[in-house]
Design a protein around this ligand. Structure first.
Ligand SMILES: [Mn+2]
Length: 318
């Protein structure tokens, strides 16, 4: 990462609707670089979600569109951004800095940066950043370790998934040794829930559509329902994982209509399905069994388009 070593002014970029991985990675890397005297900013299309506002540095994130003008940074570092469109697009990134460093673990990442470090088998970008800091000899403060730990436990859902590689668990131990309180972090991440999210969850369970012959379930959430429940996009984050856990289900699809008419599709699969391939065929992306697509307008059209590909995937295996 010679680019990072040389740069004086660094902009770290989170993806749209920032999850724990992009948020923890960005704030963790920012803390490390700032402690070495660099001028660091953390930016993203959306503000830090309520769930992650306890993280050190979260209050200094600059959210919103990039204004035209001279780049204020030497290097823009995108973390956990599977596609440039998830973080201002390439043009937006170029307005931030002349050089773009892309650090990510999404299989579908098209390597949009000038420098690309993409490792699809890594559990979280925070895992990669700990390796980067340790190999470069950059010290990890307690604050940095806390942010990177949140990245790690978010994408592994509490070290339950994607931590089959012992390296991930070793990283967690290494971070806890910096003096974290994992219990306090767990309470922040998993022992709190907004009322709109609870209402949306209840609505979801009573509107599950099930096709036992294909072993799939899906839910379509109209924009009007979210309005009635007072639920925003972040209230729907991760609800699809609960659907995949249903007995006999190998593929879960969550279709959420936004006010703009766009339909956000979240996919979670188990073999023989491959959520990532379905998403990629429709211009989306992600990981092998956890992926997303943006379609629309038209909730029912989006359902039809995805189910057609599900059938094609099933037919291909017969
Ligand atoms: Mn991630």
């Amino acid at each position: 990462m010679a680019e990072l070593t040389r740069a004086e002014r660094i902009a770290i970029v989170m993806h749209v609707l920032p999850d724990g991985d992009t948020t923890g990675s960005a704030l963790g890397l920012a803390a490390v670089l700032a402690s070495m005297g660099r001028t660091v900013s953390v930016v993203g299309p959306d503000p830090v979600l309520a769930a992650y506002r306890f993280l050190p540095g979260a209050d200094r994130v600059a959210a919103g569109p990039i204004r035209p003008g001279r780049p204020a940074a030497d290097v823009a570092v995108t973390v956990d951004c599977g596609h440039a469109d998830r973080c201002f697009g390439l043009e937006g990134l170029r307005r931030l800095a002349p050089r773009v460093v892309n650090i990510d673990h999404h299989r579908s990442n098209p390597r949009f940066g000038d420098v690309n470090w993409v490792e699809p088998d890594r559990a979280a970008v925070g895992d990669m950043l700990v390796e980067l800091c340790d190999s470069a000899g950059w010290p990890l403060s307690r604050d940095a370790a806390m942010c990177l730990f949140v990245s790690l436990v978010s994408d592994t859902e509490g070290l339950r998934f994607g931590a089959h590689d012992s390296r991930t668990l070793e990283t967690a131990v290494r971070l806890v040794r910096e003096g974290l309180d994992p219990d306090a972090i767990a309470r922040q991440l998993w022992e709190r829930q907004s009322w709109p999210r609870a209402r949306l969850t209840g609505w979801m369970w009573s509107h599950v559509e099930h096709d036992p012959s294909r072993r799939i379930v899906w839910v379509r959430v109209p924009a009007a329902v979210q309005r009635d429940l007072g639920a925003g996009p972040e209230d729907a984050e991760g609800l699809v994982s609960g659907l995949r856990a249903l007995d006999g289900v190998q593929l879960a699809l969550f279709f959420r209509e936004e006010e703009s008419g766009a339909v956000k599709v979240s996919l979670r699969s188990r073999p023989p399905f491959a959520a990532g391939s379905i998403a990629e065929r429709l211009g989306g992306g992600g990981h092998a069994h956890s992926a997303g697509i943006v379609l629309g307008p038209g909730l029912d059209d989006a359902v039809r388009a995805v189910l057609a590909l599900v059938d094609a995937q099933l037919a291909g295996r017969r």
